[in-house]
Design a binder for this molecule. Structure first.
Ligand code: IPM
Ligand code: MG
Length: 368
């Protein structure tokens, strides 16, 4: 049997630092569990632009199409803010999502017990929280045409287009229903059917898929603005949420803060199954490149490490090993280890990125 293959695209800012900690976990699997990954590395984002004049080289794109899973750190930084839109670091990430056709973006928001005090919401609102946002990732206003800045009379007009086909809604709805079945069996779909035709179609299609294929899953619909309000009021009413690309971008940042820190949250972006049965997949932390703290050993590697855990679960069918990594993270947090982003107003001494990674490896050892 061939080893599972991973392409690591560490990217910019804190990307390489947090990815170095994931490498420790990958190495641990080789040394202690006999699971060896074939790891290759390449560039994405600003660092790719610096070297090749494009945020994603065609060769890198081709490699991403071949591997079992891509692990991405983060892209972007102030250095690239004034670049033309077509070569901005973010375009590299968007090209990967689009060309790999990664239509279902899974963004769990889970509150670790040890961090329940850390949320800006009351403890009883967030303690034990475990929800999953499924964000459509390859369509909607992020990609719809026409788009651009055009001249109209004597002024300019900026245009983007929200567009969803029935089949695009169907496939992401199925992903969300399948997940709901494996969890609390409850799905809430969010759009703005009160204002947008794309929302009317979204609601209709999700309801039809529910009625015909998943009658056992409890389905509800909410306008996305009300959904945002309900997410802060009583987030535990939700299990799985399915929503479009832009609403999903916003709602997943909101859900992230319920758990205390963006530095904690992983994501998986999944497409259709490949010939080997594994879904096309890219795993990345929800946080960005955090240029303000890059290179200082302050970054929290947990989101990236938990993204690798999601790869174990969704690409490699190693759910028990994913549980093991998640358990190791819970253990170090329960032991009181905190990176700088997890320090409350009362302060204390944070551990470095590397110390957090080492502690998680030690906890993995202890789990054997
Ligand atoms: C995210 C990010 C991206 C997005 C950016 C970096 C293009 O905010 O993954 O949530 O808007 O999708
Ligand atoms: Mg975002």
């Amino acid at each position: 049997m061939t080893n599972p293959s991973l392409l690591i695209l560490a990217g910019d800012g804190i990307g390489p630092e947090v990815m170095a900690e994931v490498r420790k976990i990958i190495d641990w699997y080789g040394a202690k569990r006999g699971v060896t990954f074939d790891v290759s590395e390449d560039l994405v984002g600003g660092c790719a632009y610096d070297k090749h004049g494009t945020p994603l080289h065609d060769d890198t794109m081709a490699k991403a199409q071949e591997v079992d899973a891509v692990l991405l750190g983060a892209v972007g930084g102030p250095k690239y803010d004034s670049l033309d839109f077509s070569v901005k670091p973010e375009r590299g990430l968007l090209r990967l999502r689009k060309e790999m056709d990664l239509y279902a973006n899974l963004r769990p928001a889970q509150c670790f017990d040890a961090l329940a005090d850390f949320s800006s919401l009351k403890k009883d609102v967030v303690a034990g929280l475990d929800i999953m946002i499924v964000r459509e990732l390859t369509s909607g206003v992020y990609f719809g045409e026409p788009r651009g800045i055009f001249k109209e009379g004597n002024e300019r007009v900026g245009i983007n287009t929200q567009r969803y086909t029935e089949s695009e809604i169907e496939r992401v709805a199925r992903s969300a229903f399948e997940l709901a079945r494996k969890r609390g069996n409850k799905l809430c779909s969010m759009e703005k059917a009160n204002v947008m035709e794309s929302g009317v179609l979204w609601r209709e299609v999700v309801q039809r898929i529910g009625d015909t294929e998943y009658p056992d899953v409890e389905l509800s619909h909410m306008y996305a603005d009300a959904g945002a309000m309900q997410l802060t009021r009583w987030p535990k009413q939700f299990d799985v949420i399915v929503t479009d690309n832009l609403f999903g971008d916003l709602l997943s940042d909101l859900a992230a803060m319920l758990t205390g820190s963006l530095g904690m949250l992983p994501s998986a972006s999944l497409g259709a199954p490949m010939a080997n049965g594994r879904p096309k997949a890219l795993y990345e932390p929800v946080h960005g490149s955090a240029p303000d703290i890059a290179g200082q050993g302050k970054a929290n590697p947990i989101a990236c490490i938990l993204s690798f855990a999601m790869a174990l679960r969704y690409s490699f069918d190693m759910g028990a090993e994913a549980d093991r990594v998640e358990g190791a993270v819970a253990k170090v947090l329960a032991d009181g280890l905190r990176t700088a982003d997890l320090m409350g107003p009362e302060g204390g001494a944070p551990v470095s990125t590397g110390q957090m990674g080492d502690a998680i490896v030690t906890a993995l050892d202890a789990s054997l």
